[in-house]
Ligand binder design. Structure first.
Ligand SMILES: [Zn+2]
Length: 252
């Protein structure tokens, strides 16, 4: 999808974000401003940064190496065109990544529990720290209020925009945003996932488990690589079982 950049006034265009090589300096992750490049979060681009910042941030978080990879692909979280420096505390990065992951899990669990009330006891147990619901609210509603409040807080300073985009076949429109920083864009993506009822799944590859938005209803893995890996494992397991059965038969 390409931005139809000639077709709207430049004043309406959200400012680009910065991403690029970074390094660790003590407690900070530092973007190399001289080698950084601009990118538009509402345009799907090839190469580095491909994928959704929201999903990549939720999957990062615990190690400095993951922070560096994320900054290379998407940029620092709370820095924008107004910023005087291009460094961010690693602890900020880790805290935001874990808050986002927890928000996405809560959103997924609320959606599941609202479709299948049998999951409610597990939801209640997992999200004990949300406390007891206000009078008149079910626990699922209480959890829905909590995740809405979390995303609303993340949207502070974000201005909604509508932009024309085109692919080879047609012209369409996307909900874009003028955001003070990358984190604002990420919460704007979160709001679109929630309000657009976009499905959010976790990869069924046990070694992965990251969130993804399925391209079609049957997709069970975040990537083709993980779908292939699981298929190989299943067929190896089936072969082993087959061999086992033959061995058992020849033994009798
Ligand atoms: Zn995966």
């Amino acid at each position: 999808m390409q931005l139809a950049s000639d077709q709207y006034a430049s004043g309406e265009q959200p400012e680009p974000l910065l991403r690029g090589p970074a390094s660790i300096d003590g407690e900070y992750v530092v973007l190399d401003r001289g080698r950084a490049s601009e990118w538009h979060p509402f345009v799907k681009a090839d190469g580095i940064g491909r994928g959704d910042a929201i999903i990549e941030l939720a999957a990062s978080g615990s190690t400095p190496a993951q922070a560096l990879k994320f900054v290379e692909g998407f940029g620092l979280l709370r820095k924008g065109s107004e910023s005087a420096d291009w460094r961010e505390l690693l602890s900020v990065f880790q805290r935001e990544a874990s808050a986002l992951l927890s928000g996405l899990s809560l959103y997924r669990d609320v959606r599941r529990a609202s479709q299948d009330p049998g999951l409610l006891p597990r939801l209640r147990e997992k999200w004990l720290h949300l406390g007891a619901p206000r009078a008149g609210l079910t626990f699922t509603e209480h959890a829905a209020v909590a995740v809405s409040a979390l995303v609303t807080r993340g949207l502070v300073g974000v201005e909604e925009r509508v932009l024309p985009v085109s692919n080879e076949r047609e012209l369409a429109f996307v909900s874009a945003a003028r955001t003070p920083h990358l984190l604002g864009h990420i919460y704007h993506q979160f709001a679109i996932v929630m309000t657009g009822n976009v499905a959010l799944r976790t990869c069924e590859d046990p070694a992965c488990g990251r969130f993804f938005t399925p391209g079609d209803a049957r997709q069970r893995h975040c990537s083709k690589a993980h779908a292939d890996r699981m298929r190989q494992q299943r067929s190896r397991a089936a072969r082993r079982e087959g061999n086992q059965r033959r061995d058992d038969q020849s033994a009798t």
